[in-house]
Structure formats: structure tokens, C-alpha cells
Design a protein around this ligand. Structure first.
Ligand code: NDP
Length: 449
């Protein structure tokens, strides 16, 4: 391995040894850009890697709020403003009990690369809280969001940092956050948050964008390799925003989705998933996926009992992990390959463990990497920002057409870079190299900052 690369990785391992997700994300990127570093010795002189792996700013704060029983609860809030190299900080907010600094940093780091791939002027950030929205009343969610924004507002702005949703943060939470921001600032800055409802400045097709974008990318990847989505069997983990709209688009492209999941287990419906029912259970009732059986008793529910997510035991042509990080491990990868999987499309961020990813590449399975394949969400957020600035709205078709073009361009960049650097069909490496080259050049151009 290149000496510079070795030294940087070893220093990060020493400094941030407790941040396992962050180390995993860093190594995945750095280990695939060696050829670029060999060609550009000037990157070492300018400490490009050291600067690219150190966030510009990490903010943590107290979030006190009162629950429906009158008890005071204190959560921890985060905003990691990783890079403003090519635009205002941009990245979602995650509300989930697992949130910690390592997860925030890995997501922020991935976001810089993803945003660079979109070709749009957006930097990289991530934020959130260890608050668990599950089982909370609407009023509790509102009070939490208001308290969270009462601190966050001083760090964001439509030209500074523009948060959006992620796990546990959807249109409801964005609405409460926006209301509180507007109240504190006494100004209507529509572009300060994205993922807003359509009635007060959101973009048509933003809700669908990550899932639809994933399928545009997977379609291009399959086409380039002589395959087609039509008639293929698909399994999708998760049943949240990304999973639901991935299912919708996969079905529109002629595939049959037979499995979806949540954190408790998965549904196998060999007749094809009843998506309106999933939307009713998850988007309206905020219930558990097991409730699917009440309407479709002929389908099967498999409880999650170990680290291996049961959905990956279902025979499928295409697997779309759309839930969370490291949800697809080596065991699951082996099961998928044994069952004849031809492609994996990452809708979630870093859903595949490094061992599983290496195994897929070794076995010649096509992998659509998260930072490229799920970039449709943030790309459409950038389109929402531009509509807010223009004070003019596009139709659904106009936004979807722009999204489709962006995803085709991203796939082409991954494909071209994979070929250029001698690893054809390795879109994971292709994505890392395409984004890194752009970021490194921007960093050189801006001097030592
Ligand atoms: P949602 O909160 O809408 O849905 C998350 C889904 O994943 C739920 O079904 C949830 O199940 C499941 N899940 C969450 N944590 C776990 C876990 N630890 N184990 C198993 N299942 C879990 O989130 P999104 O759909 O928005 O996000 C999903 C993924 O996509 C995340 O990795 C996110 O970072 C990524 N992403 C999202 C974008 C977006 O636009 N929303 C853009 C780009 C990436 P349960 O209901 O049981 O918790």
C-alpha cells in the first residue's frame, strides 16, 4: 500500500480507535484511491487526505424536553459539518437511539463524496440525536423537534448548512423543525431545510427521490451488463422512505418485490408485496410490518433473531438493502450468492459490511454503492433548494426527469472511472475515485484551509 495512505490510516486508527463505523467508511474510500495518489504526489504535500478526513466542525448539544407524563428527558444532539468545499453543508438528520459521534462522522464523510457525485453545489454534513421517535405521541415529537432546533438554528442557514431527513426524520419532523426555525429567526428562509411538505415549499418528487434514484442507477448498471429489471425477483430491507419508493419503482420497471422488512423481522409474499398496504402500515399508522399478515395471511413473517437479517435468506435476483448501516453481513452475502443473486443496490448508507462487500466483488456480483446509488435524495434536495431560491416550482415530471438524468450521469462516472483505473464493473471503486478526484482538485484550488 502507498506509504502516505498507510500513514494516514494508521493515524486515524490511533486517534479515533473507538469510532468503528467512521473507520470503516474511511478505509473503504482510502483503500480504493491508491492509484490516484500514486499519480498525484502533490496531494500528500497539501495534506489532502488528512484534511478530507477531519470534519471542519463537530457540534454537540443538550436537548431537554418534557414528555406527556411531565417528566424531563435529556437527549444529545449532533451536527457534523464535515466539508463546505463545494457548497453549503448539506446532509440529513437522524433520530435513532443508536446515534453517536462515530455514526454521525461516517455519515458526514460519505455525504461529501455522494454530494460531489451529484454534480451539484453542495458540501457534506450529518446530524441528529439519540432520541427514539418510536412510540412517542405527536406532541412529544413536536416538543423534541422544537427543543432540538432551539440550539441547531444558530449553526444553520440556507447558504450555510441545510439539513434534511434521514432515519426517524420525515415530513412531520421537518415541519416541526421548520416552524421553530422560522419562529426564532423571524424570517421565511425556505431553503434552510429540505424534505418540506409541498404545501409550504417542498419539492414534488423529493419523497420518492432516493428510492426512485436507486432504481434508475440499478437499471443503468444492469443494462450495461446485459440484464434487465423486467421479470426479476427483488427483496428490499426496511419499509421506510427509501424502501417504499424503491419498491414502487422496481415494480414500475416490471420486477416483482417479494420481501420487505423492519427492525423486528421480514415479510415474504411470493405473490408480490402489496405496497399500498405497506404504506398504510408504515406511513399512516406507524405500525410494525408484521401487521401485513392480518390482510395477507397466506404470506410469511420471519422474526429477526440474530445479527443476520432474515430477508437475505429469501431467494432473489436483486437485493436492495434500504434500512441501515452494516445490515448485510458476510453470512447473509453468502446466502444471497448461494441463492443466485446477480446484483445488490445499496439504498441505505453503508448497509454492507466490508467483508460482505469484498465477497460480492470477488464473486462478480454487481454492486451499486450507496454513495452513488442513493444520491438521488440529496440531489433532489438541491433541486428543492433551487426552487426555493427561484420562488418557482417544477412539476413532478420535471423533477423526476432531472433526477433520472443525474442518476444516469452518476452511473456513467462510476463506470468510466472503474474502467479507467483497471477495475471494470467495480462501481464501488469507481464511485470513490470519481468523487475523490473532484474533491481533491477543489481542495488544492482553495489553498490550505
Ligand atoms: P426511515 O426511518 O424512513 O426507515 C428506516 C427503515 O429501516 C425502517 O423500516 C426501520 O425499521 C429500518 N431500520 C432502522 N434501523 C434499523 C436497524 N438497526 N435494523 C434493522 N432495520 C432498521 O429511514 P429512511 O428510509 O429515510 O433511511 C433508510 C436508509 O437510507 C438510511 O441508511 C439512510 O441514511 C439512507 N438514506 C436515506 C435518504 C432519504 O432521503 N431518506 C437519502 C440517502 C440515504 P423500524 O421501523 O423497525 O425502525
Amino acid at each position: 500500500m502507498n506509504e502516505y495512505l498507510k500513514r494516514v490510516i494508521s493515524n486515524i486508527e490511533k486517534r479515533d480507535s473507538h469510532e468503528s463505523e467512521y473507520l470503516q467508511a474511511i478505509k473503504e474510500v482510502l483503500c480504493s484511491i491508491e492509484q490516484i495518489l500514486d499519480k498525484h504526489p502533490e496531494y500528500e504535500k497539501a495534506a489532502i487526505l488528512e484534511r478530507m478526513t477531519e470534519p471542519e466542525r463537530i457540534i454537540t448539544f443538550r436537548v431537554p424536553w418534557v414528555n406527556d407524563n411531565g417528566e424531563v428527558i435529556v437527549n444529545r444532539g449532533y451536527r457534523v459539518q464535515f466539508s463546505s468545499l463545494i457548497g453549503p453543508y448539506k446532509g440529513g438528520l437522524r433520530f435513532h437511539p443508536s446515534v453517536n459521534q462515530s455514526i454521525m462522522k461516517f455519515l458526514g464523510f460519505e455525504q461529501i463524496f455522494k454530494n460531489a457525485l451529484t454534480g451539484l453545489p453542495i458540501g457534506g454534513a450529518k446530524g441528529g440525536s439519540d432520541f427514539d421517535p418510536k412510540g412517542k405521541s405527536d406532541n412529544e415529537i413536536m416538543r423534541f423537534c422544537q427543543s432540538f432546533m432551539t440550539e441547531l438554528y444558530r449553526h444553520i442557514g440556507q447558504d450555510v448548512d441545510v439539513p434534511a431527513g434521514d432515519i426517524g426524520v420525515g415530513a412531520r419532523e421537518i415541519g416541526y423543525l421548520f416552524g421553530q426555525y422560522k419562529r426564532i429567526r423571524n424570517a421565511y428562509e425556505g431553503g434552510v431545510l429540505t424534505g418540506k411538505a409541498i404545501c409550504y415549499g417542498g419539492s414534488l418528487a423529493r419523497k420518492e427521490a432516493t428510492g426512485y434514484g436507486l432504481l434508475f442507477y440499478v437499471r443503468e448498471m444492469l443494462k450495461t451488463n446485459g440484464h434487465d429489471l423486467n421479470g426479476k425477483i427483488v427483496t428490499i430491507s426496511g419499509s421506510g422512505n427509501v424502501a417504499i419508493y424503491a419498491c414502487e419503482k422496481a415494480t414500475a420497471f416490471g420486477a416483482k418485490v417479494v420481501g420487505m422488512s423492519d427492525s423486528n423481522g421480514c415479510i415474504y409474499d411470493k405473490n408480490g408485496i402489496d405496497l399500498p398496504l405497506i404504506k398504510q402500515i408504515k406511513e399512516v399508522k406507524r405500525g410494525r410490518i408484521k401487521e401485513y399478515l392480518r390482510v395477507h395471511p397466506e404470506s410469511e413473517y420471519i422474526e429477526k433473531t440474530s445479527d443476520d437479517s432474515p430477508i437475505w435468506g429469501i431467494k432473489t435476483d436483486i437485493a436492495l438493502p434500504c434500512a441501515t448501516q452494516n445490515e448485510l453481513n458476510l453470512n447473509s452475502a453468502k446466502k444471497l450468492v448461494e441463492n443466485g443473486v446477480i446484483a445488490v443496490g445499496e439504498g441505505a448508507n453503508m448497509p454492507t459490511t466490508q467483508e460482505a462487500l469484498d465477497y460480492f466483488i470477488e464473486k462478480g456480483i454487481l454492486v451499486a454503492p450507496a454513495k452513488a446509488a442513493n444520491a438521488g435524495g440529496v440531489a433532489t434536495s438541491a433541486i428543492e433548494m433551487s426552487q426555493n431560491s427561484m420562488r418557482y416550482y417544477y412539476t413532478f415530471e420535471e423533477v423526476e426527469n432531472k433526477l433520472e438524468k443525474i442518476m444516469i450521469n452518476i452511473f456513467n462516472a462510476c463506470n468510466e472511472n472503474a474502467e479507467k483505473y483497471g477495475c471494470p464493473k467495480n462501481y464501488v471503486a469507481g464511485a470513490n475515485m470519481a468523487a475523490f478526484q473532484k474533491l481533491a482538485d477543489a481542495m488544492l484550488a482553495q489553498g490550505i484551509v
